[in-house]
Design a protein around this ligand. Structure first.
Ligand SMILES: Cc1cc2nc3c(=O)[nH]c(=O)nc-3n(C[C@H](O)[C@H](O)[C@H](O)COP(=O)(O)OP(=O)(O)OC[C@H]3O[C@@H](n4cnc5c(N)ncnc54)[C@H](O)[C@@H]3O)c2cc1C
Length: 744
C-alpha cells in the first residue's frame, strides 16, 4: 500500500522489535541476570499461564487446583524469589523495582491476573521490607522464599489487607474500621494484642499464610494506627472469606477475609516503644502504605503497557490474513497479501495502540529504574537524619526545606555553561546526598502516579481500540492474544492500588513541588535541543506542549474564577485533575523519545540490532512523533478549557450585550469558508442567537501570551500526519512469525 501522504520508499520496519532492541530501549543490556529472568518468566507466561487461559480457567473466580499449581511454576522459575535479597535466599543484588517490573510485564503480556498473583506476596511482604524490624524481615522474607533442594518446609505466601467492607477503607485510606486492642499485658512481658479486621477484595487470600493488615487503635493504651502481621496459626479466627465474584484477573485469588486474632505486639510492622503505659507504633499505617505503594504502583502500570504491545502481533496477523482462503482471493493479490491492511484506518488505529504501548512502557520502565537509583539514596538519607537525631515531623520537614534550596541552586548552576559557574560549588552540590535525594525523590513522586494513572487509565481506553480492531473475534474467548480479557483486566489495573482519582490527587500536589518544576524546565530545554538535532521525533511539538502546560499551571495557581474563587486548590479537582492528566501525556511522550535516542546511539554497537536498525529507528521515531502530536493535542485541549473555561465572557456582563461577534469579524470568518458568505448578515440582520456589537470570545484580557503559545503549539504539529503515513507503510511490510507464540 502506498499511503496517500508518503512519497517514495522509506526505510521500513523489517521485524517486530525483539529482545535485543528492547534491552537497549529499556536500558538493561548490561544486566545479564535480568535478561535470563525475562526468558524464565516468559516460559511460564507463554506456557502454563497461556494454557490455563486457553483451557477456560478464567471462567471461574474460584481458586482451583490448577490455578494453585501456577504458584509452583512461579517458584520453579525463580519468580517468587525475585523480591528477596540474597541474604534471605533471593538471587538479585540491590534494588529490585526494575526486575519486578520486567516480571510483571512478561506475565501480563499473556495474563495480568497471573502477574498480580505472582506479585501479591511481594505486596504482602512490602510493608515488612520497607518498614519492618530486622527480626520481622528475617522471619518473613526467609519463609516466603521457596525451599531449596534438600530443605523440608512449606513456602509462605502473603497478602496485603488494607481495603475494608463498605463503608470503610477504599480510596479514603484513613476510614479504618479494623481495630487493635490490648488483650493482655503482664508486668515486664510483651503485650498481647487482639486484632479485629475485615478485608474486602484481598488478593492471595485464598491461600495466604500471613497477612499484613492496616488497623487503627481501639484502645487508649495504643497510639494511632499501624500495620500488623497476622499468621494463619495465630489463636482466633483466620477466615479467608468468600471469593470475590470478579470479572477480571481470574488467575489470582481474591476474597473478603475476616480476622479476629491474638498476636504479640512484636507483630506491629516496624516495632513500637512504650511511653507512660501507651504502646506507640513506630509507623502509622499511612506511613507504611505510602512507602509501599510508591513502588508497587509502577509495576501495575507496566502490566497495561504489556497488554497494549502484546496486541500488535495478533492484530497484524488477523488483518493480513483476513481474506485468505476465499475463492476469489488469490496469492499475490493485494487482498490476499494485505487483507484489511489495505485500509488506512485499520493501520492508523493500530499505530495509535502501538504508540501508546511504547510510551507507556517507556514511562513505566523509567519510573522503575528511577526507584532503583532512589532506594539506596533514601536509606542513606534516613541514616543521615537518624544520625542528627531527627525521626521525622517538623524537624525533618525543616531540614528538607533547607536542602530544597540547595537542590534548586544546583539546577540553576547546572544549566549554566561550565565556564560561567563556580565549579567547586557545582561539584559540591552535585555530590551532596540531600541534593541528589531531593532531585530524584521529587521526580519519583510524579513519575509513579503518572505511570499508574496514564498507563492504566488511558491504556484501558486504548485496549478497547485494540479489541475493536479484531472485529467480532475481539470479544470472544477465542480472540488471539486474549485481547477481550486484557481490555477488562486493564480496568482493574486502573482501580486497585488506588484508582485514578488517588493518582490525580497525589499528582496535583507533587507536580507543584519547586524542585520538580525546576527539573521540568530543564526538560523543556533538553527537548528543544533534541528538536534541533532530531526534529522527526516530535521533540519540538513536545517542548511546545510542555511550555503550554507550565504556563497554564502557573496561571491557574494565581488566577481566580469569574466569582473570585481560587482556581488551584485541593477541593477543585476540576482544575488540578485535568492538569495532572495533561502532565502524564507529556511525560510518557518524553520518555518514549529518550528511549528511541538511546537506541539510535547504542543500536549500531550490537550486530543483531544493527541489522535493520535504520527501519526500526525510522518506525519508532515516527511513533514518537505521532504520540507527541497526540499528547500536544490533549494538552492543548485541557489547557484551553482550563484557561478560558472559568472566565465569564467579558461582553456577557456588559449593558446592551447582543452577542459574541462583531459584524465585521463574523463576515471575515465566513469569507474563509466556501458557501458561507451572507451567513453573518443573515444572523446579524435577523437579530438571531449571535448578533453583533460586543467583543469577541477569544479576547479574554491578559491571555494574549496563552494564545501565542497555543498558536505555536498548533504549528508544531507539522509533519505528524506524514509520520503516521510512513509508519503505516511499514506496518504493511513488517514480517511477523507464522503463528502466535502462545496458544489461542
Ligand atoms: C480484584 C481486586 C483485587 C484487590 N486486591 C486488593 C488487595 O490485595 N489489598 C487491598 O487492600 N485492596 C485490594 N483491592 C481493593 C482496591 O484497592 C480498591 O477497590 C480500590 O482502592 C478502590 O477502593 P473502592 O473500591 O472502595 O472505591 P471507592 O473508594 O468507593 O471509590 C470509588 C470511586 O469514587 C471516586 N472517588 C473516591 N474517593 C474520591 C476522592 N477523594 N476524590 C475523587 N474521587 C474519589 C473515584 O473515582 C473512585 O474510583 C482489590 C480490588 C479488586 C477489585
Amino acid at each position: 500500500m502506498q499511503s496517500a501522504g508518503v512519497k517514495g520508499e522509506v526505510e521500513a520496519l523489517r521485524t517486530l522489535p525483539g529482545d535485543d532492541v528492547r534491552q537497549i530501549l529499556w536500558r538493561y543490556t548490561d544486566r545479564f541476570d535480568l535478561q535470563m529472568l525475562v526468558q524464565s518468566v516468559r516460559a511460564v507466561a507463554r506456557g502454563p499461564v497461556a494454557r490455563l487461559v486457553s483451557n477456560g480457567a478464567r471462567n471461574t473466580h474460584e481458586w482451583t487446583e490448577e490455578k494453585n499449581r501456577l504458584l509452583e511454576d512461579f517458584d520453579a522459575a525463580g519468580i517468587t524469589s525475585v523480591f528477596m535479597d540474597p541474604q534471605y535466599g533471593g538471587y538479585i543484588e540491590g534494588p529490585k523495582n526494575f526486575a519486578l517490573a520486567l516480571v510483571a510485564f512478561e506475565l501480563a503480556w499473556v495474563d495480568a491476573g497471573a502477574a498480580t498473583g505472582s506479585l501479591a506476596t511481594a505486596l504482602g511482604l512490602a510493608p515488612i521490607h520497607e518498614r519492618g524490624t530486622p527480626e520481622q524481615r528475617d522471619r518473613y522474607m526467609m519463609a516466603a522464599v521457596p525451599p531449596q533442594p534438600g530443605e523440608d518446609r512449606q513456602v509462605w505466601r502473603a497478602a496485603f489487607a488494607l481495603t475494608e467492607p463498605l463503608p470503610y477503607v477504599g480510596v479514603e485510606t484513613g476510614l479504618l474500621s479494623g481495630k487493635v486492642r490490648v488483650a493482655e499485658w503482664e508486668e515486664g512481658k510483651e503485650p498481647i494484642l487482639e486484632v479485629n479486621k475485615r478485608g474486602r477484595f484481598i488478593t492471595n487470600m485464598g491461600f495466604a499464610n500471613f497477612v499484613t493488615a492496616a488497623v487503627d487503635s481501639g484502645d487508649p493504651r495504643i497510639k494511632g494506627s499501624s500495620m500488623v502481621i497476622l499468621e494463619e496459626t495465630d489463636p482466633g479466627l483466620y477466615d479467608r472469606g468468600t471469593p470475590t465474584r470478579k470479572l477480571v484477573h481470574q488467575l489470582s485469588s481474591t476474597c473478603d477475609p475476616v480476622f479476629q486474632l491474638r498476636i504479640p505486639a512484636s507483630r506491629i510492622v516496624g516495632g513500637y516503644t512504650v511511653k507512660d503505659g501507651v504502646i506507640i507504633p513506630r509507623y502509622s499505617h499511612g506511613e507504611v502504605i505510602e512507602a509501599v505503594f510508591r513502588r508497587t504502583r509502577v509495576t501495575v502500570g507496566l502490566m497495561t503497557a504489556a497488554k497494549l504491545l502484546s496486541a500488535i502481533e495478533p492484530l497484524i496477523r488477523y488483518h493480513r490474513d483476513r481474506f485468505r482462503g476465499g475463492e476469489t482471493v488469490v496469492p499475490g493479490s493485494p487482498r490476499f497479501e494485505l487483507g484489511l491492511q489495505q485500509k488506512e484506518d485499520v493501520l492508523h488505529r493500530l499505530l495509535e495502540v502501538w504508540a501508546t504501548g511504547e510510551a507507556a512502557a517507556s514511562l513505566g520502565f523509567e519510573a522503575a529504574r528511577l526507584f532503583d537509583t532512589l532506594d539506596p539514596l533514601e536509606k542513606e538519607k534516613d541514616e543521615l537524619l537518624a544520625s542528627k537525631g531527627i525521626a521525622g515531623g517538623t524537624a525533618a520537614f525543616k531540614l528538607i526545606r533547607r536542602h530544597q534550596k540547595d537542590a534548586l541552586e544546583f539546577l540553576e548552576l547546572d544549566a549554566q555553561p561550565a565556564s560561567r559557574r563556580d565549579p567547586r560549588r557545582h561539584e559540591a552540590l552535585q555530590n551532596d546526598l540531600m541534593v541528589r535525594f531531593l532531585l530524584l525523590d521529587s521526580a519519583a513522586n510524579v513519575l509513579c502516579p503518572a505511570c499508574k494513572l496514564w498507563n492504566t487509565g488511558h491504556g484501558a481506553n486504548m485496549m478497547r481500540e485494540a479489541v475493536s480492531l479484531m472485529g467480532g473475534y475481539g470479544i470472544t474467548e477465542d480472540c488471539p492474544g486474549f485481547l477481550g480479557h486484557k481490555w477488562m483486566d486493564a480496568q482493574l489495573e486502573a482501580t486497585y492500588e488506588g484508582p485514578e482519582a488517588v493518582q490525580r490527587r497525589q499528582l496535583s500536589v507533587t507536580m507543584t513541588n519547586e524542585v520538580f518544576l525546576a527539573q521540568f524546565r530543564d526538560w523543556i530545554r533538553d527537548m528543544r535541543k533534541i528538536a534541533s538535532r532530531r526534529p522527526g521525533t516530535g521533540a519540538c511539538t513536545l517542548a511546545s506542549a510542555m511550555t503550554l502546560w507550565l504556563w497554564t499551571l502557573e496561571h491557574v495557581q494565581k488566577a481566580t474564577d469569574a466569582d473570585g474563587q481560587k482556581l488551584y486548590q485541593s477541593t477543585r479537582q476540576g482544575v488540578s485533575f485535568p492538569l495532572a492528566d495533561a502532565l502524564c501525556w507529556l511525560l510518557a511522550s518524553r520518555y518514549q523519545i529518550l528511549d528511541v535516542l538511546a537506541l539510535e546511539e547504542q543500536g549500531p554497537l550490537n550486530p543483531t540490532v544493527a541489522e535493520g536498525l535504520a527501519g526500526t529507528l525510522q518506525f519508532l521515531t515516527d511513533l514518537c512523533h505521532m504520540q507527541a502530536a497526540r499528547a500536544a493535542g490533549e494538552v492543548g485541549r485541557i489547557c484551553t478549557e482550563l484557561v478560558y473555561g472559568f472566565s465569564r465572557h467579558p461582553a456577557w456582563e456588559q449593558e446592551g450585550y447582543e452577542g459574541c461577534y462583531k459584524e465585521e469579524e463574523l463576515i471575515a470568518i465566513d469569507s474563509l469558508i466556501p458557501g458561507m458568505s451572507g451567513f453573518a448578515t443573515d444572523v446579524v440582520g435577523a437579530g438571531g442567537e449571535h448578533p453583533t456589537k460586543a467583543g469577541p470570545c477569544a479576547r479574554v484580557p491578559g491571555l494574549e501570551d496563552f494564545t501565542r503559545l497555543r498558536t505555536k503549539l498548533d504549528s508544531c504539529l507539522t509533519g505528524a500526519g506524514l509520520a503516521k503515513d510512513r509508519a503505516a507503510q511499514s506496518l504493511t511490510k513488517v514480517m511477523i512469525p507464522a503463528a502466535l507464540d502462545y496458544p489461542a
